[in-house]
Design a protein around this ligand. Structure first.
Ligand code: SAM
Ligand code: SF4
Length: 329
């Protein structure tokens, strides 16, 4: 599917739930109001919608959330979608998870053709982990990392870079990831949804932080590309890759190949814009495949050129009202 800026849209992210068993300080407030369960598409409806997207040309699906592994029976959806790999446009299913439930699900994921996942870990200090996630337990996440590796799943670590919170620890997180055979991506905080604090205080511009990393590692720019917004470097000392997601200090919208569907069936053409197309009514009315496919094509034709993110010290309102947990990362 080509959008108006000639970008081939072949990557769909599905946020299967807006709920989560963590409350990361940069992502959610402590007392979140979640969507009424009745508004959520059923797993059957999500499967049907995803199948129609695949028919239109989607080759890669990432399941995200909220925390995808807290959605009941998610493995059913993964199993159904995985049966399409190699028999349709679909080539790969991946997941972004906080890892809290992974120890119990790693084998199921591997048995259903999930070959790589992203796990979000912002610190290796158990106390700080509790402070950042509010409700998380680092040891459970590390058990999940081990279980996924034992099941043969490749892991990339996602770390949100937070000035004054975990920036001192980032080089050692990189060394830990690389010494355990995992690449890592550092992410700038994005102004999405109200949180209890002020994000501008902890915003760390990663394009500047590269200079700090260069004191620790010999970095070689890499042309490695996952079709994502990361710019990659290889650390010569470890041989591992470091990706930087820098939507604020440097945007990569020109290469964007993705759209996002929420658990209620809303499609966001851009993570950093509020425009959305709602598939919920069509799904609930059991509309024909043709009318849903028409709406998919119409939505792609509305994909904007770039996002509207900016971190603004003087105007502390989020660029988009919804939390990252609604559309997934
Ligand atoms: N719960 C899962 C997890 O944490 O991996 C999947 C969903 S989470 C929204 C996806 C990614 O977005 C995580 O790596 C998380 O750290 C990141 N994230 C959440 N809120 C963010 C924000 N405001 N700015 C930047 N990254 C954010
Ligand atoms: Fe949950 Fe992921 Fe958001 Fe943390 S970043 S609160 S784990 S959805």
């Amino acid at each position: 599917m080509l959008d108006p800026f000639n970008r081939d849209i072949n990557y769909l992210r599905i946020s299967v739930t807006d709920r989560c068993d963590f409350r990361c300080v940069y992502c959610m407030s402590e007392n979140m109001t979640f969507l009424p369960k009745a508004n959520l598409l059923t797993l059957e409806e999500l499967y049907r919608l995803a199948s129609l997207f695949i028919e239109c040309g989607i080759r890669k699906i990432r399941l995200t959330g909220g925390e995808p592994l807290v959605r009941k029976n998610l493995i059913w959806l993964i199993e159904k979608l995985s049966q399409k790999i190699g028999k349709s446009n679909l080539e790969e299913i991946t997941m972004t998870t906080n890892g809290s439930q992974l120890a119990g699900f790693a084998t199921d994921l591997a048995n259903n053709k999930i070959k790589r996942i992203n796990i979000s870990i912002d610190t290796l200090d158990g106390e700080l982990f509790k402070k950042i996630t509010r409700w998380g337990d680092l040891s459970k996440v590390l058990d999940g990392v081990k279980a996924a590796q034992d099941a043969g799943i490749r892991i990339k670590i996602n770390t949100v870079a937070l000035k004054g919170i975990n920036d001192h620890e980032i080089p050692s997180i990189i060394r830990w990831a690389h010494s355990n055979g995992m690449d890592i991506t550092l992410i700038e905080t994005m102004p999405m949804g109200d949180i209890d604090g002020d994000r501008t205080e902890n915003y760390l511009p990663l394009m500047d932080y590269v200079k700090v990393l260069e004191k620790e590692f010999t970095l070689t720019g890499s042309d490695y590309h996952t079709g994502g917004p990361s710019r990659y470097y290889t650390a010569n000392e470890t041989g591992g890759k470091i990706g930087l997601i820098t939507p604020l200090s440097h945007n990569f919208c020109a290469d964007c190949n993705r759209v996002r569907v929420t658990c209620t069936g809303k499609m966001y053409m851009c993570l950093g814009q509020d425009d959305a197309v709602d598939f919920n009514k069509l799904m609930r009315d059991n509309a024909s495949d043709d009318s849903i496919i028409q709406l998919i094509h119409r939505s792609i034709s509305l994909k904007p050129k770039s996002h509207d993110f900016k971190i603004d010290k003087y105007n502390n309102t989020p660029a988009v009202a919804r939390h990252m947990s609604v559309t997934g990362g």
